[in-house]
Design a binder for this molecule. Structure first.
Ligand code: MEZ
Length: 520
């Protein structure tokens, strides 16, 4: 059936649905739902990692293969450095830019590239109102993460949130304000209080506009169009630098660095279990693979976030994020019978599981190409808050769909969970340092903070807080240590382990880009 004919049920049932209040599930119901439908619980998607710091632990097959993958660097590479720096920041998104700015006084060289941060739409969580507190923020995040969050990392993040907001405002980020000029806060899924600072639905883009400007203003040295393909280790096993690959001429470039900060983001482009993703093309888990090979421990690599609302139609947008902000403002999720089926502001793992349940039990809507999803009633916002609301509050989303002739103020959109975020990552301490000396990790590549399910808006805050901490600590450390020797000894050890475990099908790791995006 034509998509417009299928949409009719949403328009027809709107008035009835507006009278309903849907209760949240009880803890027991949530658990049952998640175990039955959440992709984290599909047993055949997992296998044990064969060797390395997490040997024997289960992770998804795609990540296990990446972690056990083959370094592209030849064993006899000439390790004479082309550059020598105090702090090398790998990754030019939010965490990398924040780290570089805070380490700037020590002369950091930054690799600036594409990132997920620019794609973050719905806001940054900070407890700044009189009714709210960092403690409340702590408790909401802990509950959302199924109590599996690292308490120390979380305490630091919520407590430093207000100072981060102040820093961003000082740099010129234009957060939304109310008619009196006060900062406007919105409520996200799983949060007990409104605490999201937003810039319409392009919060990450606005933050990156300002951070990138500041990186340029501060004349921080950039190495563009180069990707890190290996880390270097000293005789004591500490991290002492990196090998880059120039993406233009494919040549290797060696950088000696007293400290290295990995801010390489997530893994959406591994398309775990065949899921589409909201992530940019560079999100291939490079930081995880590099850190693992040099000996860093990973945490919670068996849990991933499938954002409830990824686009299902049109085909060109598959997996693209449809911000949670729309549900925060009251958008209903609606099945093929025109029914609501979950409290839209429950945590993401619960909402995604319930969408998958509706689709698996035959209450989803099938497109002509055979994809399935449920409706997000976007026109409801116009009915509730007046004409023009959707365009005013979600201009980026309006444009995303308008390119394909879809007016989301008039018609609902079809959505299904999309691979959005890795809940775990490299284990770090409160200064962002991994278990490998002088190797720091910030942002999505790090793990522990969010437990088994991250709350909306906590990622942007994580980037800023731990970008700052990693940058500051790495810069201070660099003052007190000499440059270590540059070796590939850990790579040789890793290759020997790989042979011992019979890994014959080692994929190239890091991947840098998914195979379908590579242009030879
Ligand atoms: O933190 C996020 O993942 C976020 C704000 C996403 C969104 O739905 O906008």
């Amino acid at each position: 059936m034509d998509i417009h004919a299928l949409q009719e049920i949403v328009h027809k049932t709107r008035d009835e649905r507006r009278k309903q209040t849907l209760p949240k599930y009880s803890p027991a119901e949530r658990d049952t739902l998640i175990k039955k439908y959440h992709p984290d619980h599909r047993e055949n998607a997992y296998r044990p990692i064969r060797f390395g710091p997490n040997a024997g632990e289960l992770t998804v097959r795609e990540l296990a293969a990446l972690l056990e993958g083959e370094s592209p660097v030849p064993p006899d590479l000439d390790l004479t450095p082309a550059h020598s720096v105090d702090v090398l920041v790998v990754g030019g998104g939010g965490a990398g830019s924040a780290a570089a700015l805070h380490a700037h006084a020590q002369g950091a060289k930054v690799l600036l590239g594409d990132s997920n941060t620019v794609m973050a739409q719905g806001g940054i969580q900070v407890a700044i109102t009189k009714e709210d507190s960092p403690i409340q923020h702590f408790l909401d995040t802990l509950k959302g993460g199924h109590m599996k969050n690292d308490h120390q990392l979380l305490k630091v993040m919520v407590e430093e949130g207000p100072a981060v907001a102040q820093w961003l405002l000082g740099l010129g980020v234009l957060f939304d304000r109310d008619s009196d000029g006060n900062l406007h806060v919105k409520k996200g899924g799983g949060s007990s209080k409104p605490r999201l600072l937003t810039c319409s639905d392009y919060t990450g883009l606005e933050i990156m506009r300002v951070l990138k400007d500041e990186v340029l203003n501060q004349k921080i040295q950039l190495l563009e169009f180069c990707a890190v393909v290996e880390l270097l280790s000293g005789n004591d096993g500490a991290c002492t630098g990196v090998v880059l690959q120039d993406l233009d001429n494919k040549r290797f470039v060696v950088v000696a660095a007293k400290t290295v900060i990995l801010a390489t983001g997530g893994i959406g482009r591994l398309h775990i279990q065949g899921f589409p993703t909201s992530n940019h093309y560079g999100a291939t888990g490079d930081g995880l693979a590099l850190a693992y090979r040099i000996g860093a421990k990973l945490l919670q690599v068996d849990t991933f976030q499938y954002h409830p609302s990824g686009a299902v139609y049109p085909e060109q947008l598959i997996g693209a994020l449809v911000t949670e902000g729309i549900r925060s403002e009251g958008g209903h999720l609606v099945n093929a019978r025109g029914e609501r089926f979950v409290n839209e502001l429950d945590t993401r793992d619960v909402v995604s599981s319930s969408i998958i349940r509706e689709c698996e039990e035959g209450r989803g809507i099938r497109t002509m190409s055979g994809r399935v999803g449920v409706w997000l009633d976007t026109p409801l916002l116009e009915v509730e808050q007046g004409p023009g609301t959707v365009e005013k509050h979600f201009p980026a989303m309006v444009r995303q769909y308008k390119r394909f002739g879809i007016d989301i103020a008039k018609d609902p959109v079809l959505i299904y969970p999309t691979l959005h975020y890795q809940n775990g990552g490299v284990q770090i301490d409160v200064h962002g340092e991994s278990l490998v000396k002088h190797l720091f990790v910030a942002g999505e590549a790090s793990g522990g903070l969010h437990g088994r399910n991250r709350l909306m808006g906590n990622s942007l805050l994580d980037l800023m807080v731990y970008g700052k901490r990693a940058g500051t600590t790495a810069a201070a450390r660099a003052k007190s240590i000499p440059q270590g020797t540059l070796t590939l000894e850990h790579v040789a050890r890793f290759r020997a382990e790989s042979r011992k475990h019979g890994v014959s099908d080692g994929i190239a790791s890091p991947m840098l880009f998914p195979a379908y995006a590579k242009k030879e």
